[in-house]
Design a protein around this ligand. Sequence first.
Ligand code: ADP
Ligand code: GLC
Length: 501
Amino acid sequence: MRILLASSEVVPFSKTGGLADVAAALPKALAQLGHDVSVVVPNYPQVQKQLLGSGPPVTTTGQVISVPVGAHDIQAQVFRSHLPDSRVSVYLIDQPNYFDRATLYGDRHGDFGDNCARFVFFSRAVLELAKSFDRPVDIVHSNDWQTALIPVLLKTDYRDVPEFERTASIFTIHNMAFQGQFWHWDMLLTGLDWKYFNWRQLEFFGNLNLLKAGIVFSDLITTVSPTYAREIQTPEFGYGLHGVLSGRRDDLVGILNGCDTAIWNPRTDPHLPVHYDDTTFPEGKAAAKAALQQRLNLPLRPDLPILGMISRMTSQKGFDLIAESIPQLLRFDAQYVFLGNGDPGYEDLMRRFANDAPEQLSVTIGYDEPLSHLIEAASDIFLMPSQFEPCGLNQMYSLIYGTPPIVRAVGGLADSVVDASPDNLRDGIANGFSFFDYRGDVLVDQVRRALAMRKDSPVWQQLVQTGMQRDWSWRHSANEYRNVYERALWKRMEAPALAHV
Ligand code: ADP
Ligand code: GLC
């Protein structure tokens, strides 16, 4: 199959969250299954410079694309590179006015005011690029609101383009909380007929809603875990679109993300002082703990457990629970390490906690990839008490690194973490701790429970090894995506005009 994956971010070129990890690791896994896969992203030269270091070279193709955005024709240059250690091509759409900025979607004043124009432009550029390929693509796979217009364009303005006669569209939802909602006049930027601005299609309470558009118009929809696929059909998790999603429940598939095990692997990780596996983890983790305590100026105490957390500092990730619980958590004989950035309110609060208890609590505000690897390895327990979590990658990284996570049983956390209940321990399937009630005292109880279990070393060893021994790679999930692509191609052949639109 010929697959083009469109994303607003991809490692190692750009990243704000898990979408960038997925946009790189899934294509690599699909290429290993024998498919011809390319990725297309905006070119963010400033962001790339911060991230890349000695990354793959980016060269110009000489191709220029012109697309309408509202009343203007906007030009893009097409640059090209590849994903490291793979044959997957990356096309970078270069338009400095839109994308040559220090950040991807907004700054401290909020979202960029021209986000609708930027991503209408990018979505149209993706299709112009695909149209220019020497062979048609079978699948255009778009992700989140930034590329949600692509399935709409394929069914409307690009409907009669011969290159897309058989092309099927897949739309993956990574987070219902971000919908790309804009005022109704931004319909003019899309270039689409106003007839699509109705409550069944692009309109949502008077606004243009790009996420809704993607859900309505794509051939098949996926989201990043089976539990989240069910949750988003309910008012609690659907952010107003639960009805639209249940309307398409037969076309909605939940596939758990995998991990790029070339990057996240304690046997080879260049950021660890000592490599380890599921038998040598006690030595490897002890060396990582010493390195982390030294780096963060925490007392060098090999006997103390470390609880780690790496996350965007937002309410999605449970920072209100963390803030509420910290005074009680500090009563345990343990050290706490937090790495993250996000809402200024949470950043300040976490800094204050660290100032008050510097011997026990370290807070690093910022984005630091090498430190994140060291924290995963050095911690004894990982914290991820998310309010909602479509998939979540860090709990899986922590399982790979022998660091049982404490999670709230929602979304992908529920699909990857098996609670250490007596039954699950007996069956040899437990790998962490999970709770459901979103309350600070419940989180504190779970920490108490995990710390107590850690003292029982054979049980703890079993918990660690169960997590480390499962295959967390993309192999299985890439096969599931392949099945979805095949189903979409069949659907396209059977009903080219698509009855549901
Ligand atoms: P989300 O995409 O909702 O933020 P995920 O768990 O899917 O959550 O992915 C987050 C990704 O970003 C992971 O790869 C994680 O390691 C990384 N990450 C988040 N915050 C930081 C940080 N401050 N420093 C380094 N990596 C981070
Ligand atoms: C989103 C979700 C996260 C998921 C990631 C990649 O950012 O918040 O749970 O892991 O996308 O799919």
